[in-house]
Design a protein around this ligand. Sequence first.
Ligand code: NZQ
Ligand code: ZN
Length: 390
Amino acid sequence: MIDFSLQIPTKIDFGRDSLSHLEEEVRRYGTRVLLVYGGGSIKRIGLYDKVMTILNGLNCRVWEISGVKPNPRLGLVRDGVTLCKEQQIQLVLAVGGGSAIDTAKAIANGACYDGDPWDLFEGKGKNDHVLPLGVIVTIPAAGSEMSDSSVITREDDLCKRGRNTPLNYPKFSILNPEYTFSLPAFQTACGAVDIMAHMMERYFTNTESVELIDRMTEGALKTVIHNATIVLKQSEDYDARAEIMWAAALAHNGLLGTGRVTDWASHKLEHELSALYDIAHGAGLAIIFPAWMKYVLSKGCVGKLRQFAVRVFDVPEDFGTDEAIAMEGIARLERFYRSLGLTTTLHENGIGEENLGRMAQRAVAMGGGKLGNYYPIHEEDAQAIYRLAL
Ligand code: NZQ
Ligand code: ZN
């Protein structure tokens, strides 16, 4: 195990009655509130009205940035920053999923920076404080409700970038599994894949003596697999939705990455895909992660993939050689993704070879010449992985 520091400052209010905490949270920060949300699902499920009733009861003045799209764009961030500066916003409140939350994070940071908010994503500028950010989650997936990262796409050149900083931690996140009952099967499935990917990016490591977190991760992965299958049959199963919602936050709050070198090659390869083709991040990961696994296995990374196969997908120890066991684990992961109704190849999404070179070059450049740590991915490796995903 390697040395680590862990500080997760976000307060979590979880459960059926969790929205009742909004009032006390807002009181802490002020009455000038910027509400950030997506294309309207929060209105359809009645959550918008509930939030507005609470804010009105506190005599808040509320401004809105709405219409945030999946793979959120810089334009709305700039609009939000301008609003915050002009109206002296005191609290940014995101209601939705990763896209609304990441937009709100970028706005909260940009409001405390003199230049263009994109500078912060490119590392060209720095802010040392941030507006307080609150979150009400409606889709368990990105884990942004408890993470230090924000991922935004610049529309001019479809450049999708993440920025990690402790300033990104929300002050509070309200998680009510009932708000996720309305999720379409596709979004539920994409969410499950993303949650699992956040666990697997940390699980696949060469760091030794990390048994505690390995076993916690294996249990968490099994929990998501089990409950994703349940909610796809029974959308309003509160307990299964609750397991998934809590798993999403724990998957990406840093705990499962403690004491080890983590990977993240698959995420960087996927971000190029969702930037260029605007597909859902989870749908992209269902294609990229198995391809990455097959590639690193072919390069001799057997041990952890074998462990994953045996402990997460119950491949029998006597199934065959270590490589055969590992390969069967990958096959079972792909079968699981397909059982959720997702695809696992680029061709099934109408994507061919045309941009593989460009995506490989950009992904690796974004990673500073190399991606990942479990097995270092250079440009030719990245191309080979995209090719395996075809
Ligand atoms: O826009 P609305 O109408 O709200 O619809 C959304 C959207 O179409 C819908 N939805 C959300 N809650 C719903 C609902 N529909 C019905 N009922 C509900 N309760 O779901 C769709 C997807 O929403 P989005 O916020 O885009 O999903 P997700 O949470 O998967 O976020 C994806 C974004 O997060 C980034 C991804 O790259 C992508 O841009 N990520 C952010 C991370 C972070 N900040 O830590 C880490 C991740 O690895 C990821 O990169
Ligand atoms: Zn992700």
